[in-house]
Design a protein around this ligand. Structure first.
Ligand code: COA
Length: 324
């Protein structure tokens, strides 16, 4: 028995930073950023934290699922920027929302974080170890970005997305995950010298460091490959898929995946223009937008796909079973 998603939610910080705002602090411009990435603006946290946004997203997902926090037996949270090493962010969310019966685990898988917790949630349900799970992807990469590096600071934004996964899903659910630590140096952020405050130490290693071209090429080759691997494992073809909900890293990566799969662009919804790359939050935020817009119909097949630091990449095929 697989799990099915019965509720979604999301939360973004209030403050919006446009490309023109960024052009005041680094040598860049709106046209370059839009053309090379697809990003027009991003939400950047001031008073919001990973945990506060995760709680807001979780509450909305619970409401959407008509469930109470006390019913949850597990919280799995993908985050790489919660600001505490312990207690885990998921334990802090548990306390805030009153999920008193839930076990809590954080998962560090960067932009693959939501795919990782979704797949773990499915494994918990199939094994019988859990029944009602809160899945969260939440990050504030703006706290880890070097705001003098125009190669990275233009890309990222902050946010949180959540989904409720409960047993009773369709047997077509199918997942694949891969990692390649050998290529990990393409995208790094070292936490060792951080002092726990929002201020960075000044050590360049504690900022996000990225070989943009290497990450771009990695995504373009591995994302279509893992999608096709998942479809084959599930006995499906691209014809069966209604929507591909991809990690929102760069619109050119999404366009490249469309071409390599020989698919129709309208099957690839995107909100990167509004939020930039929100790391583990991007897939559940986009899923929540589709759900709330009434675009997801019972019986439709969706592919979720995440990729990023590690390097890591993973995909899930699911049949949408929620009535809207
Ligand atoms: N504004 C204006 N010019 C910029 C710029 C910016 N923000 N950033 C770089 N440039 C310049 C470069 O200096 C370079 O100038 P030059 O030709 O005079 O040397 C030129 O633009 C091209 O730079 P390049 O780094 O080759 O651009 P690119 O096409 O590779 O795009 C990224 C850079 C970062 C947008 C792109 O590599 C990318 O998106 N990679 C994937 C990153 C990603 O998704 N990471 C997260 C994965 S989860």
């Amino acid at each position: 028995m697989s799990g099915k998603i019965v509720g979604t939610g999301s939360c973004m910080p209030e403050k919006i930073v446009s490309n023109d705002d960024l052009a005041k602090i680094v040598e860049t411009n709106d046209a370059w950023i839009r053309e090379r990435t697809g990003v027009a603006r991003r939400h950047i946290s001031e008073k919001e934290t990973v945990v506060s946004m995760a709680c807001a997203a979780a509450q909305k997902a619970l409401e959407d699922a008509h469930m109470k926090a006390e019913e949850l037996d597990l919280i799995l949270m993908g985050t790489s920027s919660s600001g505490t090493i312990f207690p885990s962010a998921s334990c802090m969310v548990q306390k805030e929302i009153g999920a008193v019966h839930a076990a809590c685990v954080d998962v560090s898988a960067a932009c693959t974080g939501f795919l990782a917790v979704y797949q773990m949630g499915q494994a918990y349900i199939r094994s019988g170890m859990a029944d009602k799970i809160l899945l969260i992807g939440a990050d504030t990469l703006s706290h880890l970005v070097d705001w003098t590096d125009r190669g990275t600071c233009i890309l990222f934004g902050d946010g949180a997305g959540a989904a409720i996964l409960v047993s009773g899903g369709s047997e077509t659910a199918c997942e694949v995950m891969h990692s390649d630590g050998g290529r990990g140096q393409a995208l790094t952020c070292d936490s060792r010298h951080r002092d726990g405050s929002k201020e960075l130490s000044g050590d360049p290693a504690t900022y996000i460091r990225m070989d943009g071209k290497a990450v771009f090429q990695f995504a373009l080759s591995k994302v279509p490959e893992v999608i096709l691997e998942t479809l084959e494992k599930a006995g499906c073809t691209t014809e069966d898929i209604d929507y591909y909900v991809l990690h929102q890293a760069n619109i050119r990566i999404i366009d490249g995946v469309v071409r390599r799969l020989r698919e129709r662009p309208e099957k690839f919804p995107s909100n990167i223009e509004e939020y930039g790359n929100t790391c583990a939050a991007s897939v559940p935020i986009l899923l929540d937008e589709l759900n709330r817009a009434g675009k997801l119909k019972k019986g439709q097949k969706l592919v979720l796909s995440g990729f990023g630091a590690g390097l890591s990449w993973g995909t899930a095929l699911l049949e949408w079973q929620k009535e809207n």
